[in-house]
Ligand binder design. Sequence first.
Ligand code: 5GP
Ligand code: ZN
Length: 114
Amino acid sequence: MTDCLFCKVYKKEIDAEIVYEDGNVIGFKDINPQAKTHLLFIHKTHSENINQMVRISSSQLNQVFSGIEKYTNENGIEDNGFRLVTNVGASAGQSVFHTHIHLLSGERLGRFGS
Ligand code: 5GP
Ligand code: ZN
């Protein structure tokens, strides 16, 4: 999608600190981190949210989570512990409508809630 912020990130049309990339997926640093490590993992195919992604192709979900497994395993984040979050819809806090998985790590994380 031409007007989508995260499509522009994976196409390298806007700057981001990319920490992981394979043929289908990229991981990059969140511009406004909510934990010591706050990354966003996205698929290079546009979808609005995780439900839409599954409806388009559940293998995309598999590819995103395989990227997360590889990155966290190879960078000590799995040992440290991490949390994954994905927001669906504005009332849940979604502000960028290209499916993304937040990865939070690097400190003791508080409980989540409202
Ligand atoms: P959401 O609120 O949709 O769940 O998450 C969107 C996330 O994208 C937010 O945590 C926000 O800080 C991050 N974000 C928004 N614009 C940019 C940007 O231009 N670059 C990067 N790296 N992150 C962004
Ligand atoms: Zn997009």
